[in-house]
Design a protein around this ligand. Structure first.
Ligand code: GLC
Length: 638
């Protein structure tokens, strides 16, 4: 049976533009869901065997069972198990009990709650604040068929320029053209391949979006082209908030055009983010979207051809209203005796300043004539920022390939850009989380994705960086990024730079394979990175493997994610060729039979398993993606 989608309508859904294929609305309810309009829930029993895949970028495992997830894009740098929301809302889930499977997409722009065996260990219950939505039920014989059908209806995934598969160095803290140049120089001195250096918020004048500080970057155009001549792309950060500053043209234009989000009383919402007080562009309005999108041309006119859209949940540090509420609360507390309850109240007040749910209810969107309160469509904000940029690139830079990825996301944004998984920590557990997030992101169409390699917050260690790189070699987006104030983690800061060079060279040698597998997955609505159980569904031993992944058609990977581990256990569902790489030319191979094995992997060694009947193409090492010879490849046969 070919996979098939049915669409069901509840209430008065807001059109999200997540789904591109028009599917007639069926009568009744989805066959597999018990719908309770009174309770605003949709539920389904799970058997002991059922694996629940999906939800894109979230905490916890590939199998989502046993937790409560809330789709409500959140600016929260603490990606811990106890959290319910991260930056993304990708409401696609797939239930597989080993013999039958079924997929659901809940097309709703507001909060969606997934209780997957949390309240009742055998039940999955999806609930909504407003049950106005389309539900897509997808039936098919296998998980991969269901994913392909889902991806068909949501439209093709974004394909970035080839150079965006290179290695990128970033850090919140590079301030000047000199800082950026120095990073490139140091990589070149050590012969470590690199294609991108990122510019975090400090390149702007007072954090004003679409400005470049003329003192820190005296001649940006020349600087960008100087870097490009060296084969290096500079990729700036773009935040949505527009600084309130009379005379700043983006602010003046936005105000005049009525492009900012307004409160109930018709005045613009004033929130604070990096620039201080800002207004938020109303990306849900097509005129505002076009206006903001066109502003990227200022940057592309400078020769810039890559962007990372940030803070677009949108993150709110505070609004005037929350701030005065907090001050009032503090004044009250000041006059009370600070007992333990007073102390808790005090702390609660301080914690309520940023990303306060009340603030998301304070402003409205003009969805082309329809006034809608922000919280009802919260998850569409970043999608439409990414779309503003993507549509503008098509309009203003026809034929040019531009790198674009975002922090927050919603299905639909996958057509315009990729995502990175936000402010993770330099923790071993976050390397494992990265491994688990990748297949889920791929299911939902976000193929161009990756995490801050080495970890963003907290201090990294040389061994964590090395092991993380050994995984990121296989993620389409490969960026080393870290936070202000943390240990510097450019690869030249460490001792074993030869090992780092060998590992990055290995990535570059594998780019022909990675790029081909990626483009094929994008064109055929397939997954570039998959859980083992997708390809080896009939092997019961594969059903709960969450730390080995299939990459493209030809290889399986098994990264090391434990500190001080000198190897790891792997399960092979069939005979495979194990390649233990130390560098492009230095590796040993061993045929391993189906079954459990312990493999030794020194700190500088990467495990790749070639599937029988397949081979792994490898290019000669190159310093830039543009220098890779895609024609003359050597092949390691499986
Ligand atoms: C946010 C981003 C992070 C960036 C920082 C400063 O925390 O997620 O990547 O470095 O803002 O722009």
């Amino acid at each position: 049976m070919a996979a098939e989608t049915k669409r069901f309508r509840y209430g008065d859904p807001i059109e999200t533009d997540a789904v591109m294929v028009e599917i007639p609305v069926s009568a009744g309810d989805p066959a597999g869901l018990k719908v309770d309009p009174g309770a605003k829930t949709m539920s389904r029993k799970m058997s002991e065997e059922t694996i629940v895949y999906g939800l894109g970028e979230t905490v916890r495992g590939i199998n989502k069972r046993g937790w409560l997830y809330k789709s409500f894009n959140a600016d929260d740098p603490h990606h811990e198990e106890g959290k319910n929301s991260l930056y993304a809302s990708q409401n696609f889930i797939l239930l597989d009990d080993g013999t039958s499977c079924c997929g659901y997409y809940f097309d709703h722009p507001g909060a969606v709650y997934f209780d997957i065996g949390y309240t009742d260990i055998d039940m999955m219950t999806v609930s909504f604040d407003d049950m106005d939505l389309y539900v897509y039920e997808i039936e098919g014989d296998t998980p991969i068929e269901i994913v392909r059908e889902f991806r068909r209806i949501i439209g093709p995934s974004y394909i970035p320029p080839k150079w965006a598969f290179g290695y990128g160095q970033s850090r919140w803290g590079y301030k000047t053209a000199g800082d950026i140049r120095e990073v490139a120089d140091k990589y070149d001195e050590l012969d470590i391949p690199i294609d991108m250096v990122y510019m975090d918020i400090d390149y702007m004048t007072d954090f004003k979006v679409f400005t470049v500080d003329p003192e820190k970057f005296p001649n940006t155009k020349d600087f960008v082209s100087e870097m490009k001549e060296r084969g290096i792309h500079v990729v700036p950060n773009t935040d949505p908030g527009v600084k309130i500053e009379p005379g700043y043209d983006v602010y003046e234009e936005g105000l005049k055009g009525g492009y900012f989000c307004k409160k109930e009383d018709g005045t613009e919402l004033v929130a604070a983010v990096w620039p201080g007080k800002i207004h938020f562009p109303d990306f849900l309005n097509s005129d505002a979207r076009r206006w903001f999108g066109d502003k990227y041309k200022r940057m592309t006119d400078l020769g810039i051809d890559g962007f990372w859209n940030d803070m677009n949940e949108p993150a709110i540090f505070y609004t005037d209203e929350t701030l005065s509420g907090v001050y009032e609360g503090l004044d009250k507390l000041r006059n009370e005796e600070m007992d333990i309850w007073g102390f808790f109240k005090f702390k609660e007040l301080m914690d309520s300043i940023d990303n306060n749910p009340e603030d998301y209810r304070r402003f409205y969107h003009d969805m082309d004539g329809k006034k809608i309160r922000h919280d009802k469509v919260h998850n569409l904000y970043s999608f439409n920022m990414t779309r503003a940029a993507g549509e503008a690139f098509k309009r203003n830079n026809p034929g040019q390939e531009i790198l674009l990825f975002s922090r927050a996301s919603f299905i639909g944004a996958h057509r315009y850009g990729g995502v990175w998984t936000g402010d993770n920590m330099s923790w071993w557990s976050h390397l494992l989380l990265n491994i688990k997030q990748m297949p889920s992101l791929n299911m939902t169409g976000f193929l161009y994705s990756g995490a801050d390699t080495g970890g963003f917050g907290a201090d990294t260690t040389e061994d964590l960086m090395m092991r993380w790189i050994e995984f990121s070699i296989f993620t389409p987006l490969f960026r080393n990024h870290s936070a202000l104030g943390t240990r510097e983690q450019e690869l030249y800061r460490f001792k074993r730079t030869d090992d780092f060079r060998h590992l990055i060279e290995l990535r570059y040698a594998l780019i022909p394979y990675i790029y081909d597998a990626f483009v094929k997955a994008a064109k055929e609505n397939d997954m570039y990175i998959r859980p083992m159980a997708f390809d080896y569904r009939s092997d019961p031993n594969c059903r709960d493997i969450e730390d080995q992944l299939l990459v493209g058609d030809s290889i399986m990977i098994a990264p090391v994610y434990e500190q001080n581990a000198k190897g790891r256990f792997v399960y092979l569902p069939e005979k495979m060729k194990f390649v233990r790489f130390r560098s492009v030319d230095d590796y040993d191979v061993e045929i391993l039979n189906k079954g459990n094995h312990h493999i030794d992997l020194a700190l500088n060694e990467v495990a790749v398993f070639i599937l029988p009947g397949h081979s792994l193409p490898m290019a000669k090492p190159a310093k830039r993606v543009g220098e890779i010879d895609f024609e003359n490849l050597k092949y390691i046969e499986g």
